[in-house]
Design a protein around this ligand. Structure first.
Ligand code: HEM
Length: 405
């Protein structure tokens, strides 16, 4: 049997897809010593673990990962505690709140960023746009002072570095722990203020939310906002960079999308399948579970490889080809798309921000295409992805003829 590369090795980080293919084919359930977890790579198995119809899995494994930087968040919760928390936060991310309050925030923040480079004729989609837009949107949705956005961005950077600190760099760990304190020192007084003087913002909505007589404490709300930095910032950042990278490297599909913007949802869904921002999600088994002919013992950590499942040839035809016209992926809404690709997970923890992310990416792609009519990659540039747990283009230098409006 071919040697499986270590998922923490540089070869794997450079290109995980060949290793994913070997795992799916020969070792669909494999014990991985370095992460001390069982790795699952086939679509059918990852889908089943996410759906978790028989409540065989928990997210208790998130405690050690998230607690030091966020405190207790919705992701660590299970059962009734999770269901109540979910009901408290979810309405703010769909329906009239999304349409009426937050779509204008998305539009405004995207335009502000595009205006910073539209006259230049060149930009880096990653550093000038993608890494800024979703974090600005979250800060603005929360109703934070514009003057504080730079600090908010600093916390975002520290949190992302903390969560991605595979090598265990002690400086990164210390900065992450400091961020938890600074973030609380900043947010708790703002939360108290909004309780007294509510506005039209997300923070006020979270303060007022009530389900079965349960409301969120200041600490609960602060932890949720902290989670949004990673859950809503880094993921959407990589999705925007990803859709642009995929289209720019497939110019005929870019031309089709430019000519018919109703293809953007298909390009988004296919990007989430082909290059998902989150490649790995962990769960903990509550009981012994049979998967792909093997047994995961109770109490084990399980790594679900979204990046491998989304390229499973048992589920998708020509899975290694980016094809916005494929007919085995539904694209009409974030929710139906989720039944096909696993980038938002499935089941109880299915991404609460899926519709928000979709609105951000669709708005962003439209604005970028409008501002850059002959958008192309800088000469000779070939996009390189980086990251293991989360993954996306490192940089994306582009050229275009500036339009002076
Ligand atoms: C959950 C991916 C955008 C907020 C998740 C999960 C995934 C995911 C895979 C499930 C985690 C698990 O089951 O362990 C993504 C991707 C995004 C995105 C790929 C962008 C394309 C957003 C946005 C927000 C958000 C914009 C909000 C601002 C959340 C929250 C959860 C979550 C709060 C936890 C839900 C729960 O535990 O019930 N996301 N996400 N996400 N996402 Fe997203």
């Amino acid at each position: 049997a071919p040697q499986l590369p270590d998922i923490l090795s540089p070869e794997f980080a450079a290109d995980p897809y060949p290793a994913y293919a070997v795992m799916r084919e020969r070792e669909p359930l494999i014990w991985h010593e370095a992460t001390r977890s069982y790795i699952v790579s086939r679509y059918e198995d990852v889908e089943r673990i996410f759906k978790d119809k028989k409540s065989e899995f928990t997210t208790d494994n998130y405690d050690w990962q998230l607690e030091p930087v966020h405190g207790r968040t919705i992701l660590q919760m299970s059962g009734r505690e999770h269901a109540v928390r979910r009901a408290l936060v979810a309405p703010a991310f769909r329906g009239s709140d999304l349409r009426e309050k937050f779509l204008p925030v998305i539009e405004r923040n995207s335009r502000e960023l595009v205006d910073t480079f539209r006259a230049a004729g060149s930009a880096d989609i990653v550093s000038d746009y993608a890494t800024r837009f979703p974090v600005n949107v979250i800060a603005d949705m929360l109703g934070l002072d514009k003057a504080d956005h730079a600090r908010f961005h600093g916390w975002y950077t520290a949190v992302i570095a903390f969560l991605g600190n595979l090598a265990g760099d002690p400086d990164v760990t210390a900065a992450g722990e400091r961020t938890r304190v600074e973030f609380a020192d900043y947010m708790i007084p703002v939360i108290k203020e909004r309780r007294e003087k509510p506005g039209d913002d997300l923070l006020s909505t979270l303060c007022a939310a009530e389900v079965d007589g349960v409301r969120m404490s200041d600490e609960d709300i602060k932890a949720f906002c902290s989670l949004l930095l990673a859950a809503g910032g880094e993921t959407t950042d990589k999705a925007i960079a990803g859709i642009l990278a995929n289209l720019l490297t497939h110019p005929e599909q870019l031309a089709a999308v430019r000519a018919d913007r109703s293809l953007i949802p298909a390009a988004f869904a296919e990007t989430l399948r082909y290059t998902p921002p989150v490649h790995m999600i962990m769960r903990q088994s509550a009981v012994d579970v049979e998967v792909s002919g093997g047994t995961i013992p109770a109490g084990a950590t399980v790594t679900c490889l979204i990046g491998a499942a989304n390229r499973d040839e048992r589920r998708f035809s020509h899975p290694d080809r980016f094809d916005i016209f494929r007919d085995d992926l539904s694209t009409t809404s974030a929710f139906s798309a989720a039944a096909d690709h696993l980038a938002f997970a499935l089941g109880r923890h299915f991404c609460v921000g899926a519709l928000l992310a979709k609105a951000e990416v669709e708005t962003g792609v439209n604005h970028l295409l409008d501002a850059m009519p002959d958008l192309r990659l800088a000469d000779g540039f070939d996009p390189v992805e980086q990251g293991v747990f989360t993954r996306g283009p490192q940089s994306l230098p582009v050229r275009f003829t500036p339009v002076t409006a």
